[in-house]
Design a protein around this ligand. Structure first.
Ligand code: ARG
Length: 623
């Protein structure tokens, strides 16, 4: 790196030693900027430095170096100087940390002057990639300041048809939990089940009026699902629904007040009515068994299952507390918080009939979590259609004054809708939980057809591989989307062996490991006597640099809770491996290249596998 007398290192990423290349570089730039500010050479405030060094990023094109900083442009404007002069001013102050060489984009270059381009020196790259090979964390540093983070995800409404959106929340939430945990945070996952809603009024009413005992004994959730769908039709009494369903029509004719009675059953449950409470307790295990089967197949688990019912005892006090603090007040019999002025609808916490709402439960839940878990952050992985609810919830929480609320970050990690081929929200055929299972089944079945080409697999193994590939495909198709946009669900696309799919990534892992197998290489021996990895060829260099970006990518995922940054990087990594593998001999190379390349291949395999694991996606040895 260009020589300059190094001022005291700033707080934050260190210019040398630990951390990703990007951390180290950002640390070096922070040092340079601090020095320039202290000398009055550049108009930089200490508070601006983090945002400025954030502009040090990997380059898209290796011809501009490995990393580049765009910060000179903005600074030049502020200082009234030429970007190139400012770039030189900053670069000459970069501390002489080992590892980097700064160059400048020459004037007239397509990207324009003022970029400070940085190339990782070959010796630094060799040292870092060899260290990553020996590191059980594969070169990924832990965060300096671990946070306690609650992740509220999946959280379906039980006893009610689950929809594909719940798979999204489950898959995205699980991936975020795995990634943040690997980064070194303390993660608490909580399945905030909707286990207290009006759906219970429906099935309780249905139980009392039209249950089928034999069906319940044979398959409780199927019977509860049937009751839910039937009673909803009866209660809604829409002529077109009734016309299509004679049984519902007959019931509706016999019970013209069904709609009101259903609400009363819910109210009775909430008021502690013994019969309804007993029924609820009877239904819950069946509902839970049903979704647990789904989680089992998805490989997802939770630290806690504190559903809405758990928070019921606290609701009256939440409302009283809000009233006492002058936040909530009465309006036409109901109680709410007027967040946007008196003429706008309030955030309701109690209805005129005394019933509490979703919002009340969420407020009680926040207070409980603060008291018991003392989190720094709470993430809600929930459909974007609940955006307004979370806006109002977070605003209310901000005003509430409960201890700890001033320092907790509440984040709605929103996601878009899964669409069918027709561009409308995707519906499983039967629209129930079983529908979600058959969705997984179909993925697995189709995966079986894709992998059928490998004749060498025994039947039992083929089934296991199909399950891993099929479930992986569904998860990956979801995770590789920018989470806030809608996406079209397509089995054909998600199972393509070429392209950014789980199948392609799983195949890449199998292929990488195949090389070692083919050479009869004992992985454990390779790892216990690690050869030095010395990237020489540009393709080795590109592969090694990508591997060493793992930690940077996970940091970027955390910044905005976007697992798709990880899938994009994994796909790129697999591509770089192919370029390396296609161009350079590995097993047939002479030493020391052979050992170096074998180690690089083995490390690539481990990194790909770990990356998929952080997405909750399994890998297979052959497919
Ligand atoms: N049960 C809700 C639903 O299915 C999602 C709950 C999300 N979590 C929360 N704390 N509000 O729509």
């Amino acid at each position: 790196m260009t020589a300059a007398s190094a001022p005291a290192p700033p707080a934050g990423p260190s210019p040398d030693g630990a951390g990703t290349f990007r951390d180290r570089l950002r640390g070096a730039f922070a040092t340079a900027l601090t020095g320039a500010a202290a000398d009055g050479a550049l108009p930089v405030a200490a508070a601006d430095i983090p945002a400025l060094v954030d502009q040090v990023r990997e380059t898209a094109d290796a011809k501009f170096g490995d990393y580049s900083a765009t910060l000179a442009m903005g600074l030049a404007k502020k200082a009234g100087r030429k970007p190139r002069d400012v770039a030189i001013e900053v670069a000459t102050r970069l501390p002489t940390a080992p590892g980097f060489e700064a160059t400048f984009t020459p004037p007239g270059d397509p990207v324009g002057p003022g970029f400070i381009n940085v190339r990782v020196r070959d010796d630094a790259l060799a040292a870092a990639i060899s260290a990553a090979f020996r590191d059980p964390r594969l070169g990924v540093p832990k965060v300096a300041a671990p946070a306690t983070i609650v992740i509220d995800f999946s959280s379906p409404n039980v006893a009610k048809p689950m929809h594909v959106g719940h798979i999204r929340s489950t898959v995205i939430g699980d991936a975020v939990a795995r990634i943040l945990s690997f980064r070194g945070h303390r993660i608490i996952t909580d399945n905030h089940l909707g286990d207290w809603g009006t759906q219970f009024g429906m099935i309780i009413w249905g139980w009392k009026h039209c249950r089928d005992d034999a069906a319940f004994a044979a398959d409780p959730t199927a019977e509860l699902g049937r009751l839910y769908r039937l009673v909803r039709r009866v209660a809604d009494a829409k002529p077109e629904d009734l016309a299509a369903d004679p049984q519902a029509a007959a019931l509706a004719a016999r019970h013209p007040a069904a709609g009101r009675e259903v609400l009363e059953e819910t109210a009775k449950l909430h008021a502690g009515d013994a019969e309804n409470r007993a029924l609820w307790e009877r239904f819950m295990p069946a509902c839970l068994a049903d979704i647990e089967r789904l989680y089992g197949r998805l490989g997802v688990s939770f630290d806690h299952w504190l559903g809405e019912s758990f928070f019921q005892p606290f609701l009256a006090d939440v409302v009283a507390d809000l009233e006492r603090r002058g936040l909530a007040r009465e309006s036409r019999g109901a109680t709410g918080i007027f967040l946007d002025g008196d003429d706008k609808p309030p955030f309701l916490v109690r209805k005129a009939d005394g019933a509490f709402l979703y919002a009340t439960t969420d407020l009680a839940t926040i207070r409980w979590r603060l008291e018991h878990w003392k989190p720094d952050r709470i993430l809600y992985v929930v459909d974007h259609r609940q955006g307004q609810h979370f806006d109002q919830l977070f605003k209310t929480a901000g005003l509430w004054g409960v201890p700890g609320l001033d320092r907790v970050a509440l984040v709605h990690v929103a996601f878009g809708t899964v669409l069918g081929d027709d561009g409308k929200p995707f519906k499983t055929r039967s629209g129930d939980t079983v529908g979600l299972e058959s969705l997984l089944d179909e993925g697995v079945e189709r995966a079986g057809a894709v992998i059928a080409a490998d004749e060498g697999l025994a039947e039992e193994e083929r089934r296991r591989v199909a399950e891993t590939v099929g479930i992986g495909a569904i998860k990956y198709a979801d995770l590789c989307q920018n989470r806030t946009t809608d996406y079209v669900f397509s089995y054909d696309k998600m199972l393509e062996l070429k392209g950014n799919t789980a199948a392609y990534m799983q195949y890449a892992v199998a292929r990488v490991e195949g090389v070692l197998e083919k050479g009869g290489i004992d992985r454990e021996a390779l790892r216990s006597a690690p050869p030095a990895i010395v990237p020489v060829d540009p393709r080795e260099r590109a592969l090694a640099l990508a591997i060493l970006r793992f930690g940077e990518v996970l940091e970027d995922v955390e910044a905005d809770y976007r697992p798709n940054l990880l899938t994009t990087w994994l796909y790129d990594l697999a591509g770089r491996y192919s370029a390396f593998y296609d161009a350079l001999p590995i097993l047939k190379a002479a030493e020391p290249e052979r050992g170096s390349r074998l180690a690089l291949a083995d490390l690539t395999g481990r990194v790909l596998r770990k990356g998929l694991d952080l997405l909750g996606i399994g890998t297979v040895r052959r497919m």
